[in-house]
Design a protein. Structure first.
Lengths: 306, 353
């Protein structure tokens, strides 16, 4: 187990290094630079460029960036004066993560239940309902979902606040809007997987032992069916927790999603790199956790236990 | 236990499946009985309805699409078809054990072996947890699993194929049922392991005295294991009798074809194995007459139009074939009552080409 994790960490470090390197050079290829602004006089511009080290050869800039990164310094944002990249992430990530966790809990719990219920009642009305929910969830874009929820619960019935993020009641609508897609895909995958497991021989064995349907589903079917759901959860957790531009914009939530998109359109090099690095590391951690959880669910892929 | 010593009686069972393509008539009017302590073989090629028949007994076929069109299955005098869900669960858990064909896929990969055996006792209040564990360990020893305490805690993927099938047998036997149904228990195992498993089943029958239904397409298994044999074809029983009668006094052309297609040790190099020409009947539209008529070398006009009567040839031996009719032409099939058992060895009898 320890050896396995050590290997994975080494692989992760290499992956992150490649990621940073590629992104570092790619952002430079974008048209313009952070200081493309007609109002700046050439002198000011030159000053800024030398301050950020843009006058040095690219490879030297890369070297400097990597050295700073190893010291844990993500650098300053090139757009927001006097703000470090780490500072911005530190300020905004809690909002995104909070929203993400709420919506994930919602999506996974309801999604699994829907998937299980609909597979158990295949071809009946409830199955039809669940399939419709899944199709709607995967096909309705989140900005429409968000707007519909805002209109219905926020404006028409006035039950919940329309936007901002200032208390528990504020979190409900955006969490639901964000959860819907994940909920739908989890229920779809779980349903398909449950049906596949239902036709396995060991389910028949379980039936031949005189077990009741509830026990068969609970003990034999679900645990074997959950693997495909876990597979998609790695990337899903990473992307949901690190913020989504659309939901955060329409609900006016000060999360990370906005900075993600803005940093690119602003040519904010250090910000793009910092964001990418953060997301990359987060994704790798999520996938590692999923791989370890695989072993918990399925003894066949358990690592290093003898 | 019924008074006549039969643990199970199948009476004119008809079982079909609803599918998109129509109704598949998998089992068509099958009747037989299983006596206490005997091993009954059911033999036939793939798709002849033998597995469906076996699974009918415990109602393991998925229903729907499967359904009974008629008949009765009496287990110890009680009709399985009229059992409540609760009674059915008791039947499966306590009275009948089932050993499936493929031990690789028939054990839950995410559950420990011991737990899978103990599960049989789930919901029973007459045994304590400790007793259940003792029973599990005891049955594991009995089916020849070594180092039971260790195996008890292992997962199926840590066991070999033969060991997994022993676990399956342990599951089937742990509650000491009166009847064990083995659905091709050795088909997916290699031959040395097959021999071990078959010997184990014989040994367990001696020790525990249960009846066994042995489903197979392998006549070698039948010859080795069984007391009586049922030959199935196209969802129907075409011949039944003792092992001796089936092998040495064959009365149905299909049985003869099956026996003839066994590879023999003295088959010379380059010599082709015998086979039965043609394919099994389409069970969406089963033939009106004898299901085997289309492939039968002896077929007469009547065979295609009328289902054959059952002809009794001895106390145990009977066949459903028109060749036994008094007006049928004299063939080697018909003569068999007169002919001595000696002269009827298969392989010597050439089909009258």
């Amino acid at each position: 187990m320890r050896k396995y994790i050590f290997k994975r960490v080494i692989a992760a470090i290499v992956t992150v290094w490649v990621l940073i390197t590629v992104v570092f050079f790619l952002v430079r290829l974008m048209p313009g630079d952070p200081f493309t602004n007609p109002k700046l006089t050439p002198e000011v511009r030159e000053n800024m460029e030398s301050y950020y080290g843009f006058d040095k050869p690219l490879i030297v800039q890369y070297g400097n960036y990597m050295v700073n990164l190893l010291k844990g310094d993500f650098g300053y944002s090139m757009k927001f004066t006097n703000k470090t990249v780490a500072g911005i992430i530190g300020e905004t990530f809690p909002f995104s993560a909070d929203l993400g966790i709420r919506s994930l809990v919602l999506a996974v719990s309801i999604g699994l239940v829907l998937g299980i219920v609909s597979a158990r009642n295949r071809g009946k009305g409830i199955d039809f309902f669940c399939v419709i929910v899944a199709v709607l969830g995967t096909s309705i874009p989140d900005f429409i979902m968000g707007a519909v929820l805002q209109y219905g619960f926020g404006i028409k019935w006035g039950l919940l606040p329309v936007a901002r993020y200032e208390g528990i009641e504020y979190t409900i609508l955006p969490a639901c809007a964000l959860a819907f897609y994940t909920l739908a895909s989890v229920s779809r995958i779980m349903r398909a997987s449950m049906l596949e497991v239902a036709s396995q021989d060991y389910i028949k064995t379980a039936r031949s032992k005189g077990l009741g349907e509830f026990r068969i589903t609970a003990k034999h079917q679900i645990r074997n069916a959950i693997m495909p759901v876990m597979t998609v959860m790695g990337p899903t957790v990473a992307s949901v927790l690190t913020g989504t531009f659309v939901i955060e914009s329409i609900f006016a939530i000060p999360g990370m999603g906005k900075h993600y998109v803005d940093s690119v359109s602003n040519n904010d090099y250090s910000m793009v790199l910092g964001m990418t690095l953060f997301y990359g590391v987060f994704l790798i951690i999520c996938n590692l956790v999923v791989d370890i959880l695989y072993g918990v669910a399925d003894p066949r892929v358990r690592i290093g236990e003898r | 236990m019924a008074e006549n010593g039969n643990i199970l009686e199948m009476k004119n069972v008809v079982y079909s499946f609803h599918t998109y393509g129509g109704e598949v008539k998998a089992v068509r009017d099958v009747s037989f009985e299983v006596r206490k302590g005997e091993i009954l073989g059911i033999v036939g090629e793939s798709g002849c309805g033998k597995s469906v028949t076996a699974q009918c007994i415990m109602r393991l076929n998925p229903e729907p699409p499967g359904f009974f069109e008629g008949g009765a299955i009496m287990f110890n005098g009680k009709n399985v078809l009229e059992m409540s869900k609760k009674e059915l669960r008791k039947l499966r858990g306590e009275d009948i054990g089932f050993v499936f064909q493929d031990p690789m896929t028939s054990l839950n990969p995410t559950m420990r072996v011991g737990a899978q055996i103990e599960e049989v006792f789930l919901g029973r209040t007459d045994v304590t947890k400790q007793e259940v564990k003792e029973k599990a360990l005891e049955i594991m020893k009995l089916v020849g699993i070594s180092d039971v305490e260790k195996r008890y805690k292992q997962y199926p993927h840590e066991l070999s194929g033969g060991m997994k099938q022993r676990v399956m047998i342990a599951i089937a036997l742990v509650s000491r049922p009166g009847l064990v149904i083995c659905d091709e228990p050795t088909t997916s195992l290699d031959v040395t392991i097959e021999a071990q498993i078959l010997d184990l089943l014989l040994e367990l029958r001696e020790k525990l005295g249960m009846s066994i239904i042995m489903i197979t397409h392998d006549l070698g298994v039948i010859a080795r294991m069984c007391d009586r044999v049922i030959v199935m074809y196209g969802g129907k029983i075409v011949e039944k009798g003792t092992v001796q009668e089936i092998f040495y006094d064959t009365a149905h052309p299909y049985t003869k074809g099956l026996i003839g297609s066994i590879a023999k040790l003295d088959t010379r190099k380059g010599e082709r194995l015998q086979s039965i020409e043609g394919t099994p009947p389409d069970l969406f539209f089963p033939p009106k007459g004898c299901p085997f008529a289309a492939r039968c070398a002896y077929a007469m006009d009547v065979c295609k139009d009328e289902p054959p009567y059952q002809y009794r040839l001895s106390d145990e031996h009977s066949t459903n074939c028109w060749l036994q009719h008094e007006y049928a032409p004299d063939t080697d099939m018909k003569k068999k009552n007169a002919a001595a058992i000696e002269g009827k060895k298969e392989g010597e009898v050439k089909a009258d080409e």
